[in-house]
Design a protein around this ligand. Structure first.
Ligand code: A3P
Length: 284
């Protein structure tokens, strides 16, 4: 195992994360005009980023076809992202995988709009297994079983999925926080785009909505080199090991989990998610 995490207060982060997260948390000034994509990794973050970009341009694909996705909405927890943000004009768009307890404090007093995208954790495991094998800034699993165990222990990039979701769910019900799932996006992309655009206060004509839908499709993003991550340098990702735009489906866990893994996962899930209201998650 050549690569490893950056451990901060017992939580593993990719080594690209700023080391002094607590200073970032105190010093980064969130503005009321900001639009923030929040997620646990592999939950559909980039699908949401693309959707937000296209809603902002009212379906005009020029921006998504000319600027890489991580410059349109940089990661606030990386120095590279912070450098890009310095030159962004309002409204600023950015993205974060940070657990809530590390997120910039000024956010919680701002009117900035944030969208938390979540996904069936079993599919998050599958997507994560394939993705983190390619990334040089994290520990790389040798097998699916190995990654599965790390996931259950929370020893994967950005820590425990269970803690992440519990943390951010505290924001549910706030006017400036939209909770949406990968499964909803998948099942009814049109209604999801309408929900997101309404939340952002952008009115789309039927033609504009159709153009957003066309450009946010799995195939369109897979074909767009500004969005498919093929332009990430080889020093960061080993492209020979997999594609970022992998399958883009729901329920792929059924092709990966053994019966024993599924049962072991369900047991941990029931314990960790006990007490949350019924019907909150489309995968339950
Ligand atoms: P799979 O690995 O299951 O294919 P994130 O952006 O949070 O890293 O999530 C990546 C996952 O979202 C990948 O899932 C990827 O294929 C999927 N994805 C990205 N764009 C998508 C789109 N337009 N439609 C459906 N799935 C998409």
């Amino acid at each position: 195992m050549a690569n490893d995490y950056l451990w901060i207060e017992g939580i593993p982060f990719p080594t690209s994360t700023v080391r002094d997260l607590r200073s970032l948390q105190d010093q980064f000034v969130v503005r009321d005009e900001d639009v923030i994509t929040l997620s646990y990794p592999k939950s559909g973050t980039n699908w949401m980023r693309e959707m937000i970009s296209l809603i902002h341009t009212k379906g005009d694909p020029t921006w998504v076809q000319s600027t890489v996705i991580w410059k349109r909405s940089p990661w606030v927890e990386t120095q590279a992202g912070l450098d890009i943000l310095e030159n962004q004009k309002d409204p600023r768009f950015y993205t974060s995988h940070l657990p809530i307890q590390f997120f910039p404090k000024s956010f919680f007093k701002s009117k900035a709009k944030s969208i938390y995208i979540m996904r069936n954790p079993k599919d998050v495991i599958v997507s994560g297994y394939h993705f983190w094998r390619t990334v040089k800034a994290t520990r790389n699993p040798d097998s699916f079983e190995e990654y599965f165990q790390w996931f259950l222990q929370g020893n994967v990039a950005f820590g425990s999925w269970f803690d992440h979701i519990h943390g951010w769910l505290q924001m549910k019900g706030k006017d400036n926080f939209l909770l949406i799932s990968y499964e909803e996006l998948h099942q009814d992309t049109r209604t999801s785009v309408e929900r997101v655009s309404q939340f952002l206060g952008v009115k789309l004509s039927p033609e504009e909505l159709n153009s957003v839908l066309k450009n946010v499709s799995f195939q369109a993003m897979k074909d767009n080199k500004m969005s498919n991550f093929s332009l990430v340098p080889d020093t960061i990702v080993d492209h020979s090991k997999g594609n970022f735009m992998r399958k883009g489906i729901t329920g792929d866990w059924k092709n990966h989990f053994t019966v024993a893994q599924s049962e072991a996962f369900d047991k941990v899930y029931r314990e960790k998610m006990a007490g949350l209201p019924q019907g909150l998650f489309p995968w339950d």
